[in-house]
Design a protein around this ligand. Structure first.
Ligand SMILES: Nc1ncnc2c1ncn2[C@@H]1O[C@H](COP(=O)(O)OP(=O)(O)OP(=O)(O)O)[C@@H](O)[C@H]1O
Length: 391
């Protein structure tokens, strides 16, 4: 286990700034995921930590010690790549043994014939074989040890790559989109296995992905990255319920958060599609703001409800346990998506009018720059009930 500190990291490729004054600390034993769209600089940050790329400015420390001058091998980190990076001409056993061979045998001992004649070579080699066999057993890949990577499925290759990283018993595991080449079912299974592995090893994991569901399900904390900067670093539930800004809110959650333009009256009350909601937007009187409503914060309305908006059912997607109901709301640019229980399936008919209740307690408001605006709830008499602000 080891902590990691990136301090004021900057990196450009030619004229293009990839990482901009980025600072991030990962606690010892933590599972931290760097989440962001393709090209935002996630892999570059990981490669800098692994020593495969050199930053222009700033420092990287592992367990409090600056490692910028150390070669990749000396950093006590192991990286699992998206492509697995296995040697195609070597067997699984040889691929897994490679990090140990490089570490435990001297250059002379590694010569195929001469090496065998040198003292200790055979006993070190048998120790390596024992360690590989033990790990292969733990990863359920023992029957594959004599095969070459070309004779394995994607999932099996992924396990071998994991095994090769684990065999060194590093303090830090770096994983760069390790599941992206797997099919959906295997991805779910391997996701759970990686999480279990983290719990079992207690090592520090830094995981890179553009897949928000991977980030949300596996991590202790998620660092949301865009255009070379971190927008928010927090637990998955905090990122989801209390996003720092609109880009984070949009990136996390499936189906995506609904965004609606709304006007704010002189008294701060918000109006959408002709309905005056029971909330005020703090400090935004007279302005236009964007309302963020998660699909599960929309329900079917009862007669006495407040905060009801009406529209027409455009499309119903049956997802098994849930329905994703797309609703055209007058004045909205895109349909509103509501996530409803499948038990409502018979009540909802395409093309028919529908009344929806908005749960204002989980409403998110954003100003024109995408920054959060505080919400004040208004009681039934128009008196402020309680306010919800980003901490
Ligand atoms: N060696 C390089 N030379 C020039 N440009 C590079 C180099 N490596 C990366 N880049 C560029 O830097 C940017 C960030 O790349 P990086 O691989 O870090 O992004 P990423 O967020 O990991 O994306 P992805 O999820 O697609 O892997 C991209 O625009 C990429 O084209």
């Amino acid at each position: 286990m080891a902590s990691i500190d990136f301090t004021h990291i900057e990196k450009s490729f030619g004229e293009m700034a990839i990482l901009r004054d980025l600072s991030l600390s990962v606690a010892s034993g933590e599972f931290l995921t760097i989440l962001g769209p393709s090209g935002c600089g996630k892999s570059t940050l990981l490669r800098i930590l692994a020593g495969l790329e050199r930053q222009d400015r700033g420092t990287v420390a592992v367990d409090g010690r600056i490692v910028d001058h150390l070669r990749p091998k000396r950093r006590d980190v192991a990286m699992v790549f998206q492509s697995y990076a296995l040697y195609p001409h070597m067997t699984v056993a040889a691929n897994m043994a490679l990090p140990l061979t490089m570490r435990r045998l001297s250059a002379a001992q590694r010569f195929p014939l001469l090496g065998r004649l040198l003292p200790n070579t055979r006993s070190i080699e048998s120790g390596i074989r024992r360690d590989v066999a033990h790990l292969a057993d733990a990863l359920s890949i023992s029957p594959l040890l004599d095969r070459k990577p070309g004779q394995l499925s994607g999932g099996q290759r992924q396990r071998v790559a994991l095994g090769r990283a684990m065999v060194r018993e590093p303090a830090v595991f770096l994983m760069d989109e390790p599941l992206s080449n797997l099919d959906a079912k295997l991805r779910l299974q391997t996701r759970a296995e990686i999480k279990e592995l983290h719990q079992r090893l207690g090592a520090t994991f830094v995981y890179v992905t553009h897949d928000q569901s991977e980030a949300m399900t596996m991590s202790d904390r998620v660092a949301v990255m865009m255009e070379g900067q971190l927008l928010q670093v927090a637990s998955p539930s905090e990122i989801y319920a209390n996003p720092a800004d609109r880009r984070v809110a949009e990136f996390v959650g499936a189906p995506k958060i609904n965004l609606l333009s709304a006007t704010v009256g002189e008294d701060g009350r918000i109006e959408i599609a002709g309905t005056l909601l029971s909330v005020r937007a703090k400090g935004s009187a007279g302005r236009t703001i964007t309302l963020g409503i998660r699909p599960e914060a929309i329900g079917l309305s009862a007669k006495s409800d407040r905060d009801v908006i009406s529209g027409y059912v455009r499309l119903v997607e049956h997802m098994g346990s849930d329905l994703f109901v797309h609703v055209d709301v007058p004045g909205a640019v895109a349909p509103l998506i509501a996530r409803l229980a499948a038990s409502h399936a018979l009540d909802i008919v395409q093309g028919q009018p529908i009344s929806l209740k908005i749960d204002t307690a989980s409403l998110l408001l954003f100003d024109a720059n995408g920054h959060r605006v505080s919400v004040e709830r208004v009681g039934p008499t128009g008196v402020d009930a309680r306010s919800k602000e980003r901490a």
